[in-house]
Design a binder for this molecule. Structure first.
Ligand code: THU
Length: 133
């Protein structure tokens, strides 16, 4: 897996961030099992809670195009250390069991984690009791 290419895409997607409130652009890019790359940026709203993070934008774009199996996700922002995904995004990363999460900052720091490391003991399909009626 070429993490440099994924990070390059994440950096490019960051340029599209719609951040009139926080002025904090974030970029992400997800690599599908079939080798396609989908980029995403954060998209804010005057109703702040409706903001969509870069990670979820990238993943949802890919899912909307028919991809549900992923190899890796990259995230980048201008943070002092590597950019840490928020809790909601960790839950979505866990849903799709993305094996490699590459976190980076604009100064070239990079660290790779597993979904399990980012969100241990996560709530997943296995926790939902199937009620047969
Ligand atoms: N943000 C992301 O896009 N991804 C993260 O993992 C952390 C936070 C965005 C949401 C909001 O637009 C801005 O960063 C500040 O919270």
């Amino acid at each position: 897996m070429d993490s440099d290419e994924l990070l390059r895409q994440a950096r490019m997607s960051r340029e599209q961030a719609y951040v009139p409130y926080s002025h904090f652009p974030v970029g992400a890019a997800v690599l599908t099992e079939s080798g396609a790359i989908y980029g995403g940026c954060n998209i804010e709203n005057a109703s702040f809670g409706l903001t969509n993070c870069a990670e979820r934008t990238a993943i949802y774009k890919a899912v909307a195009d028919g991809h549900t199996r992923f190899k890796a996700l990259a995230v980048i922002a201008d943070t002092p250390d590597v950019c840490a995904p928020c809790g909601a995004c960790r839950q979505v990363i866990s849903e799709f069991a993305i094996p490699y999460i590459i976190l980076a900052n604009m100064e070239g720091r990079v660290a790779t984690y597993t979904a399990e490391e980012l969100l241990p003991l996560s709530f997943t399909a296995k926790d939902i009791k199937q009620n047969k009626q």
